[in-house]
Design a binder for this molecule. Structure first.
Ligand SMILES: Cc1cc2nc3c(=O)[nH]c(=O)nc-3n(C[C@H](O)[C@H](O)[C@H](O)COP(=O)(O)O)c2cc1C
Ligand SMILES: O=C(O)C(=O)c1ccccc1
Length: 406
């Protein structure tokens, strides 16, 4: 058993313990994967300002998201098919998040159902909705999320079509997975994973199966879901869904300042700046580079959460410094889950918290809520210099001038 001290260590163990088909599913971006890579590498360009001889005792990572107290300003992003990375994965991840004190988001495309996760946790979680063509499906799943006590609806806007990921196509990834002699051999070699999957009955998209008469009878669930993603989603539908839900309403998948303004106009309680982890529009900006202009577009008071590319506590701080109020992680917790189940998700959260805590201290901050643009150095060309620039880069560099978001 290797010593685990970083998110990368968890990823290596995930790769070893989970069938290649599912590891690849987690680790892919669309097409050339440029945006997937940029999401991670653009963070590295932001440097910290080391400060000394500042009292570093009594530090706090605590913050709030939608008025809810959180152990650190970070939530678990929704990840479809989580229960295929590790048996009962959604329940394990939700429990790890609850124990740690950060929100968990359950994907529409989950293996464990909404009710099943609610039964195995006590803190309310958030439900992520994919808008499907079948309105009856959408109505009923919203009702189920309400009944299960979900405390916020996260509406994902960047998947009206499913992005093309070469690895998944080459691996023949589908639900249920295609079982060839090669994939079966691979699965049997990952004995921990296989043992877990053999013991559980949770092996398909439980939120969807049995929900309409169509699903449950068909052999290839993937086909049904891919056909169901709604290409006609528009802002009017978004507004109606907000009304239908009637509770805290979060919009996920915003990457453009114009769309961020629209999201604020329809009354989103929070906006998640996201490009779906580089899995949808390849060649789009990384989320950390898109963030400052989005903050300028929506003003200081709109809750903005950055999602995409976060692999350390340092990245979480960088996002806060560039204008986010909080952050979301996808793969970072999924690596933990694939590597070691619930304990792995907990370890991912502990790694991030520890890195953030030390980095904050070295920068002369004791309270994460005070970490801001004055704590980092941003390269002059960071926001780019694009032709016909909708991102409106200001002449004045934000660093050193106090909070970028105020
Ligand atoms: C394997 C995988 C499955 C995902 N499934 C969903 C999903 O069902 N719903 C959703 O809104 N986003 C989904 N996403 C996107 C994540 O919520 C999140 O935006 C992304 O992972 C953030 O990037 P990061 O992995 O670099 O943290 C998925 C991402 C991955 C890697
Ligand atoms: O893979 C994804 O990114 C995703 O969101 C999804 C789409 C369909 C089924 C499961 C997850």
């Amino acid at each position: 058993m290797p010593v685990i001290t970083t998110i990368d260590d968890l990823k290596r163990l995930h790769r070893r313990r989970v069938p290649k088909m599912f590891f690849d599913y987690c680790e892919s971006g669309s097409w050339s994967e440029q945006t997937f890579r940029d999401n991670v590498s653009d963070f590295q360009r932001i440097r910290f300002r080391q400060r000394v001889a500042v009292d570093m005792s009594n530090r706090s990572l605590r913050s709030t998201m939608l008025g809810q107290e959180v152990a650190m300003p970070l939530a678990l992003s929704p990840v479809g098919s989580t229960g295929m990375q590790n048996a009962d994965g959604e329940i394990k991840a939700a429990r790890a998040a609850e124990r740690f004190g950060v929100p968990f988001t359950l994907s529409t495309m989950s293996v464990c159902s909404i009710e099943d996760v609610a039964e195995h946790t006590s803190a309310p979680f958030w439900f992520q909705l994919y808008v499907m063509r079948d309105e009856d499906f959408v109505d009923r799943i919203i009702e189920r999320a309400k009944r299960a006590g979900c405390s916020a609806l996260v509406l994902t806007l960047d998947l009206q079509l499913l992005g093309q990921r070469h690895k998944d196509l080459k691996n023949g990834l589908s639900t249920p997975p295609k079982l060839t002699p090669a994939t079966m051999l691979d699965m049997s070699r990952r004995w921990r994973w296989a043992y877990g999957m053999a013991r559980t009955t949770r092996r398909s998209f439980a939120n969807v199966v049995g929900h309409t008469s169509e699903v449950g009878n068909i052999a290839d669930l993937s086909n049904w879901t891919n056909r169901q993603f709604d290409p006609q989603l528009d802002w009017e539908k978004v507004r109606k869904l907000k009304e239908k839900w009637g509770g805290k309403f979060i919009l996920k998948g915003i990457l453009d300042p114009e769309d961020a303004r629209r999201a604020a106009e329809v009354g989103a309680d929070a906006i998640i700046v996201s490009n779906h982890g580089g899995r949808q529009l390849d060649g789009a900006l990384s989320t950390i580079r898109a963030l400052p202009a989005i903050r300028r577009a929506v003003g200081p008071d709109m809750p903005l959460w950055l999602d995409g590319g976060i692999r350390s506590g340092q990245d979480m701080l960088r996002a806060l410094a560039l204008g986010a109020d909080a952050t979301m992680i996808g793969r970072a917790w999924l690596y933990g889950l694939g590597a070691m189940g619930e304990a792995g998700v907990t370890q991912a959260l502990e790694i991030i918290a520890k890195e953030a805590d030390f980095t904050m201290a070295f920068c002369g901050r004791r309270d994460i809520r005070d970490f801001d643009a004055s704590n980092v150095l941003i390269p002059k060309d960071f926001e780019g210099d694009w032709l016909g620039d909708p991102y409106g880069v200001p002449d004045q560099a934000p660093s050193g001038s106090g909070k970028m978001r105020s």
